[in-house]
Design a protein. Structure first.
Ligand code: GRF
Length: 216
C-alpha cells in the first residue's frame, strides 16, 4: 500500500471542518495522515480538537511579524517541517502572499462558504440572502493568487428557504462543508484529483470549470 498523503491543516477558529477530516481520516488504512494543525491564533478551538485527536499542533501568531511576507515565510518554514503533500485551509483567516500560494501550487486547497464564483470574500450567507439567491452552498477549490478564485473541485448546493436567516443558512451550508472537504482531500490523496496546466484533472480527465456539483 502506498504511504498516506501527509496533510497539514491551517485554521484560525472553531475547526469544525478539521473535525470532519479527523472523523474521516483517523480510521486504519486511511489514505490521509493529518500531520499537523497550525493556527495563527492560540485560542482557536480547532487546536483543542487536534490535541484531542493526538495530532501535533503549532501556533504562529502573525502580530509579531513585520508584514505579510515575513509571516508567510515563517509559516512556510513551519508547514514544511511536516513535509506536506497537501495543505488544507480550514477557516484560516489570513490572506496569503503570492509567494506562499506559489510555493504550494497544486497542493493547497480551501473551502469557501458560497457557490463560487458568487460571493467571494466574507459574510457570504448574509449576502446570498440580500441578493435573493434561491440556491447557496459551499465550494472546495485549489488556491491560486486570485482570492477565492482558484479552480473549483467540488461544490454542494443548498436550497434557500424564505424564512432563512444568515445563521440558519450557515448551519446547513456548514453541514455540506463537512461532507465535501474530506471528500476532496480524499480524492487528492488517492491520486484522483490534481491541478494540471489547464485546470483541474479528475480521474485523468479535465473537470468542468464548476467542479463536481452536488445538489440536494
Ligand atoms: C467555514 O465556513 C469555511 O467555509 C470558511 O471558514 C469557516 C471555517 O469554519 N473558510 P470551521 O472553523 O471549520 O468551523
Amino acid at each position: 500500500m502506498p504511504r498516506p498523503c501527509n496533510l497539514v491543516v491551517l485554521l484560525s477558529g472553531s475547526g469544525s471542518n478539521l473535525q470532519a477530516m479527523i472523523d474521516s481520516f483517523t480510521q486504519p488504512g486511511s489514505p490521509v495522515c493529518i500531520r499537523a494543525v497550525i493556527s495563527n491564533r492560540a485560542d482557536a478551538y480547532g487546536l483543542e480538537r487536534a490535541r484531542e485527536a493526538g495530532i501535533e499542533t503549532r501556533v504562529l501568531v502573525h502580530t509579531g511579524f513585520e508584514g505579510r511576507e515575513a509571516f508567510d515565510q515563517a509559516l512556510m518554514a513551519l508547514v514544511d517541517c511536516f513535509e506536506p503533500d497537501a495543505v488544507a485551509l480550514a477557516g484560516f483567516m489570513r490572506i496569503l502572499s503570492p509567494a506562499f500560494v506559489r510555493h504550494y501550487h497544486g497542493r493547497l486547497l480551501n473551502i469557501h462558504p458560497s457557490l463560487l464564483p458568487r460571493h467571494k470574500g466574507l459574510h457570504t450567507h448574509q449576502r446570498a440572502l440580500e441578493a435573493g439567491d434561491t440556491e447557496h452552498g459551499c465550494s472546495v477549490h485549489f488556491v491560486t493568487e486570485e482570492l477565492d478564485g482558484g479552480p473549483l473541485v467540488v461544490q454542494a448546493a443548498v436550497a434557500v428557504a424564505s424564512d432563512d436567516t444568515p445563521d440558519t443558512l450557515a448551519q446547513r451550508v456548514h453541514a455540506q462543508e463537512h461532507q465535501i472537504y474530506p471528500l476532496a482531500v480524499r480524492w487528492f490523496a488517492e491520486g484522483r484529483l490534481r491541478l494540471g496546466p489547464h485546470g483541474v484533472v479528475f480521474d485523468g480527465k479535465p473537470l468542468a470549470t464548476t467542479g463536481h456539483l452536488i445538489r440536494p
